[in-house]
Ligand binder design. Structure first.
Ligand SMILES: Cc1cc2nc3c(=O)[nH]c(=O)nc-3n(C[C@H](O)[C@H](O)[C@H](O)COP(=O)(O)O)c2cc1C
Length: 155
């Protein structure tokens, strides 16, 4: 059986957590098994084994939160020649919840740089949730993102 798609997230007040669940629902709707893990518990081997993954963080000071940065920093083991370019070409989805659109864009950019520019993964256009937005609309966009991620594995 194919390895599950990994959904990595952290959340202080529940918003990114709800987004992660919706992304996971979308991945299942796309026909793939999912493993949802809080960033703190993610190990390099989880990244290595996943055929694709989604990463979500609350926007903290225009950046990702510490546990998501921990995942990024530990992924150095899979980076470049030393890491065998292990993540290159794999699909990746990114999402964030924020108080403002502007700061969310910066946070999403951090994820895109780490996984797209540096690891050379195929990063899909991400989802931003801004506090106060209609939840149903955000949930739908997250589901669509998950479904697109699963779809990349069929392509
Ligand atoms: C430590 C901390 C830093 C934050 N920094 C920002 C920020 O730079 N810009 C912003 O718009 N919102 C900021 N926020 C608001 C959160 O991004 C926002 O409430 C988000 O929805 C939280 O997601 P969560 O419920 O998954 O924790 C911050 C919140 C906290 C607790």
């Amino acid at each position: 059986m194919a390895a599950p798609v990994l959904v990595i997230y952290d959340s202080g007040s529940g918003n990114t957590s709800r987004m992660a669940e919706a992304v996971a629902d979308g991945i299942r709707a796309g026909g793939r098994e999912v493993l949802v893990k809080k960033a703190e518990a993610v190990e390099v081997s989880d990244l290595q084994e996943a055929p694709a993954f989604a990463v979500g963080s609350p926007t903290y000071f225009s950046n990702v939160c510490w546990s998501v940065k921990k995942v990024i920093d530990e992924s150095i083991a899979l980076y470049g020649e030393g890491g065998g370019y292990a993540l290159r070409g794999r699909p990746c989805a990114v999402f964030t919840s924020s108080g403002s659109e502007r700061d969310a864009r910066d946070c999403l950019r951090m994820l895109e740089l780490a996984f797209g520019l540096h690891h050379q993964m195929e990063v899909l256009p991400g989802v931003i949730r801004v506090n106060g937005q209609a939840e149903e609309e955000v949930t739908q966009r997250c589901r669509d993102l998950g479904e697109s991620l699963a779809g990349k594995l069929r392509a």
